[in-house]
Write a protein that binds this ligand. Sequence first.
Ligand SMILES: CC(C)(COP(=O)(O)OP(=O)(O)OC[C@H]1O[C@@H](n2cnc3c(N)ncnc32)[C@H](O)[C@@H]1OP(=O)(O)O)[C@@H](O)C(=O)NCCC(=O)NCCS
Length: 159
Amino acid sequence: MEIRRFTEPDAEAVSAVVCETVRISNAKDYPQEYVEVLVSQHSPENITERAKQGHMFVACDGERIVGTGTVAPFWGSETERILLTIFVLPEYQGKGIGRSIIETLEQDEYGKRAHRIEIPASLTGVHFYRHLGYDYKDGVTGPENGVMYRLEKRKPVTV
Ligand SMILES: CC(C)(COP(=O)(O)OP(=O)(O)OC[C@H]1O[C@@H](n2cnc3c(N)ncnc32)[C@H](O)[C@@H]1OP(=O)(O)O)[C@@H](O)C(=O)NCCC(=O)NCCS
């Protein structure tokens, strides 16, 4: 399994990974209408735009893209980051790929400089992130609008 930086020709494959994962994994926790909203927000064009906001990575099994994740500045901050678009294809889940993606994002130059990393976590992903050391932001343990938890990790700055 290789994790490498996204390039623009990957956009279609990344979109397909996200949409399949949303329709199979997230559909267990969200109503069908919301699933389709999420799918519509992850077209290849949207993925290309998202990649411009930060550093997007892809996890590959040979040539095949099977997972993705992005680390981006949090509202332009130099020391706060946000992790976005974290997805692993259902058939590849439970094999350590999600953990490798998060570690890659945390060790990326953006992640390393951060003293606070925020994650808008799905109902599906919240316990995964909690397991990796992310805590509820401001002690709020419930999801915003019933759909998304706000999690964060604070850490010493590495130079
Ligand atoms: C959440 C997701 C990215 C995790 O990826 P994954 O490759 O299955 O996770 P890993 O196999 O790397 O798991 C890493 C660790 O987290 C734990 N873990 C994984 N999912 C978990 C869950 N739902 N609850 C608790 N722990 C979990 C694993 O047991 C493993 O623990 P270990 O390393 O101590 O043995 C993946 O399941 C996914 O794509 N889900 C649907 C999309 C989604 O909701 N993404 C988040 C959007 S905010």
